[in-house]
Design a protein around this ligand. Structure first.
Ligand code: FAS
Ligand code: PHB
Length: 389
C-alpha cells in the first residue's frame, strides 16, 4: 500500500490531523493498535479552548459540539471556605467550551467513515522505518499477516506510551520530566453539576475539582495518594470527601448518585525535544504530557495538529517546506507555555506532602494575589482560555 501520510494513533491528535489532511485532498491512513470501541471507552478531557473549537469546525465536526457543548465564561477557585470567581470572558473576551473528549473522538470517527478514509484498527507491531530518508514506510501485523505502507511523512500520534518516540535514536531526543507526589481520583455520575461553572478547590485535605459533561452528567476529581486503589474508594467515601473539600455553599450544591466510571490517574509533566525527526513528527501526548489541572492536554494536541497540518498543506499544495521545517520549534514554544501553566496551577491548588510552613504561606499568598489583583487574574485567564497559536 502507498499513501501520502501515515498517522500512528486514532486518538484526538490522529483523527483531527487525518480529517484536516483528507478534507484538503491529502491522502492518509491511520493505524491504531486497539479497536475503536476501546478508544471510545476512555474518559479523558472535558474543556476546549476556542482554538480547539475552531480546529474542529475546520475539520467539519462542529455541529454536535455547538449543539451540546456548554460555553463557560468563568471558573471558580475555592479556598478558605469561599468561592472566588475568575471572570474569563470579562478578562480576555474569550470563553471555553465544555464538551467531552469522548464525544470529539466519536464525531471525528464518524466523519472519517463518511469521508471514506482508511483506518486500520487492531494493527499489531506498528513500526516506523527510514524516516531519516525521503522514502519512509510503516510496517504492521494484522490477522497474522505482515503489511507495509510506503509514504512521504509519518505522524506519531500514538500517545505517551506509543512506538513513535521509542523508534527515534534515543541520543537524538532530550526529555524533561516532573512527577507529582499524588494522583487524581475521578468519577463520572449521571447527576446535575454542583454549579454552572467549574470549581477548583484548594483545601487542607487536598485538591478537588467539580466539572461536568452536560447539565445532567457530572465529572468530579479529588486529589489522592499514589498508593490509593479504586477499591479503597466507595461512592459514599468519595462524595463525603468531595463535600469536605468544598465551601459550604458549593458542597450543598453537590447531587450524589451512583458513579458509572471511576479511575485514578497519576500526574506528571513531560516534554520530548525536538518533536520532529526527519519525516517523522511527534504530535500530542506522544511528545508531551501535562497534569490535567490546567485542562491543557487535549488542547495542546490540537495546536500541534494545527502546526503540522499547516506544514503538510504547505508541502503538498504550495510546494513549500517552510511549515514542515518550523513545526518542532513552533509547537514547542506553545507547549512549554502550557506546561508552565499546568505546573503552576498544580502547585497553587494541591497539597504537597513535603510543603513546609513557608511553602504553605506562599501558596496562600498566591491565591490571595489571584483574587485581589486584576493583573494576576488576567494572567490565569489568558492561559486558561488558551494562548494564541
Ligand atoms: P491519545 O493517548 O489519546 O491517543 C493515542 C492513540 O495511539 C491511542 O488510541 C492508542 O491506542 C494509540 N497507540 C498507542 N501506541 C500505539 C502503537 N504502538 N501502535 C498503534 N497505535 C498506538 N487532557 C485534558 O485536557 N483534560 C483532562 O481532564 C484530561 N484528563 C486525562 C485523564 C487521563 C487518564 C489521561 C491518560 C489523559 C488525560 N488528558 C486530559 C490528556 C488527554 O486528553 C490527552 O491530551 C489526549 O488524549 C491526547 O490525545 P492524543 O495525542 O491523540 O493521544
Ligand atoms: C474534566 O472535565 O475532565 C476536566 C476539566 C478541567 C480540568 C481537568 C479535567 O482542568
Amino acid at each position: 500500500m502507498r499513501t501520502q501520510v501515515v498517522i500512528i494513533g486514532s486518538g484526538p491528535s490522529g483523527l483531527l490531523l487525518g480529517q484536516l489532511l483528507g478534507s484538503n485532498g491529502i491522502d492518509n491512513v491511520i493505524l491504531d493498535r486497539v479497536g475503536r470501541d476501546y478508544i471510545l471507552g476512555r474518559v479523558r478531557a472535558g474543556v476546549l479552548e476556542q482554538g480547539t473549537v475552531d480546529m474542529l469546525d475546520e475539520a467539519g465536526v462542529g455541529r454536535r459540539m455547538h449543539a451540546e457543548g456548554l460555553p463557560h465564561e468563568g471558573i471558580s477557585l475555592a479556598f478558605d471556605n469561599r468561592l472566588h470567581r475568575i471572570d474569563l470572558t470579562g478578562l480576555t473576551g474569550k470563553h471555553v467550551t465544555v464538551y467531552g473528549q469522548t464525544e470529539i473522538t466519536h464525531d471525528l470517527m464518524d466523519k472519517r467513515d463518511e469521508s471514506g478514509l482508511t483506518t486500520i484498527y487492531k494493527a499489531a507491531n506498528v513500526q516506523p522505518h527510514d524516516f531519516d530518508t525521503d522514502a519512509p514506510y510503516v510496517t504492521y501485523d494484522k490477522d497474522g499477516i505482515s503489511h507495509r505502507i510506503d509514504c512521504d511523512f509519518i505522524a506519531g500520534c500514538d500517545g505517551s506510551h506509543g512506538v513513535s518516540r521509542q523508534a527515534v535514536p534515543q541520543d537524538t531526543v532530550r526529555t524533561y520530566e516532573r512527577s507529582y507526589p499524588f494522583g487524581w481520583l475521578g468519577i463520572m455520575a449521571e447527576v446535575p453539576p454542583a454549579d454552572h461553572e467549574l470549581i477548583y478547590a484548594n483545601h487542607p485535605r487536598g485538591f478537588a475539582l467539580c466539572s461536568m459533561r452536560s447539565e445532567h452528567r457530572s465529572r468530579y476529581y479529588v486529589q489522592c495518594s499514589l498508593d490509593d486503589r479504586i477499591e479503597d474508594w466507595s461512592d459514599e467515601r468519595f462524595w463525603d470527601e468531595l463535600r469536605r473539600r468544598l465551601p459550604k455553599e458549593a458542597a450543598e450544591g453537590v447531587t450524589t448518585g451512583p458513579s458509572f466510571e471511576k479511575s485514578i490517574a497519576p500526574l506528571r509533566s513531560f516534554v520530548a525535544e525536538p518533536m520532529q525527526f526527519g519525516r517523522l513528527s511527534l504530535v500530542g501526548d506522544a511528545a508531551h504530557i501535562v497534569p490535567p489541572t490546567g485542562a491543557k492536554g487535549l488542547n495542546l494536541a490540537a495546536s500541534d495538529v494545527h502546526y503540522l497540518f499547516e506544514g503538510l498543506r504547505g508541502h503538498y499544495l504550495e510546494k513549500s517546506s517552510a511549515g514542515i521545517d518550523a513545526y518542532s520549534l513552533k509547537a514547542l514554544s506553545r507547549v512549554w507555555k502550557a506546561v508552565r501553566f499546568s505546573w503552576w496551577m498544580t502547585t497553587v491548588l494541591h497539597r504537597f506532602p513535603d510543603t513546609d510552613a513557608f511553602g504553605q504561606r506562599i501558596q496562600e499568598a498566591e491565591l490571595d494575589y489571584l483574587v485581589h489583583s486584576q493583573a494576576a487574574a488576567a494572567s490565569l485567564a489568558e492561559n486558561y482560555v488558551g494562548l494564541p497559536y
